[in-house]
Write a protein that binds this ligand. Structure first.
Ligand code: GLU
Length: 291
């Protein structure tokens, strides 16, 4: 029998709050209940926002909570060469293209189109989809702009990628916290448009690194927040054309702040360090998140 493998994958770009505590503790509870493994992955590809100080804080908070994980911890910033190898494959297979538009150019393009009465489509996170112009650039023009050192990001040609895998894609989603029943969810990768798979200075993106690492680490149960539900459709597509195994997913409820909104890393009163300093114990935290 193969062991079930769970993971908690925080990004050290701020302090942990009650929402992270719930996610980490739920993963631990499920790993224990299933005699499975629990891995910790530090998702620090954004080397400007993620700092060693935040990472130290994350590890200290998790230890205080009583989380136990297998060593070594995988730190994504130490594996750029592995992501780059996958990116090279996508480049060779013509599934990505260099996208040159800056943020302000994208904004101007969309404003112009909306002025003419057309609502510009947005991805599930509310970000406007990338305009189609760069995808249509002739190869010669692309090469010239790259040779001239124009900054660009690699974007997935979502239509080409969907066409490559053919047919409908779905993933297996557990229906509740006990992971006893599943349902099949239709993956809708097209909703994301031509997403970034690598920046010029970072040879990967969140979606690419997560997909590669979940497979590489043998993660079979992905338990994470509801805010990443739609992202799973895109990650399923990446798994499919990279020939990677599919974990089963559970997207858990989000812990909301007193104002009913999603917690953010700057919300002082729900930060784990603040709660600890105010005298809360790990058991208090468990109770606060309903575990
Ligand atoms: N690193 C992501 C975050 O902190 C979580 C990624 C995942 O669980 O897939 O939001």
């Amino acid at each position: 029998m193969t062991l079930l493998t769970f993971r908690f994958a925080p990004s050290p770009n701020g302090d942990l709050h009650l929402g992270h505590a719930y996610s980490a503790l739920l993963n631990q509870k499920l790993a224990e209940a299933h005699d499975g493994r629990l891995l910790l992955r530090i998702e620090d590809i954004d080397t400007t926002r993620c700092t060693p100080q935040f990472e130290a804080g994350v590890l200290a908070d998790l230890k205080w909570l009583g989380l136990g994980w297998e060593e070594p911890v995988r730190r994504q910033s130490e594996h750029f060469a592995e992501y780059e190898a996958v990116l090279d494959r996508l480049i060779r297979e013509d599934l990505v293209y260099p996208a040159f538009m800056s943020r302000s150019e994208i904004r101007a393009f969309i404003a112009d189109s909306e002025k003419r009465g057309r609502d510009w489509p947005r991805d599930p996170d509310g970000v406007p989809l990338y305009p189609p112009s760069d995808k249509a650039l002739p190869v010669k023009e692309r090469k010239r702009r790259i040779a001239e050192n124009e900054p660009f990001a690699w974007r997935l040609d979502i239509d080409a990628a969907v066409a490559r895998v053919g047919g409908d894609l779905a993933w297996t989603e557990f229906t509740d916290e006990s992971l006893s029943a599943t349902r099949s969810v239709e993956a809708r990768p097209r909703d994301w448009g031509d997403v970034i798979v690598a920046r010029r200075d970072i040879p990967t993106s969140y979606h690419l690194a997560v997909t590669v690492d979940d497979a590489l680490q043998g993660v079979s149960r992905v338990v994470r927040g509801q805010d990443l539900f739609s992202a799973t459709g895109l990650q399923r597509l990446l798994q499919e054309f990279l020939g990677l195994p599919q974990p089963a997913y559970f997207h858990h409820r989000l812990i909301l702040g007193p104002d009913g909104r999603k917690l953010s890393k700057s919300l002082g009163d729900t930060g784990l360090a603040e709660l600890r300093e105010a005298g809360a114990s790990p058991d208090d935290i468990r109770r606060m998140v309903g575990l």
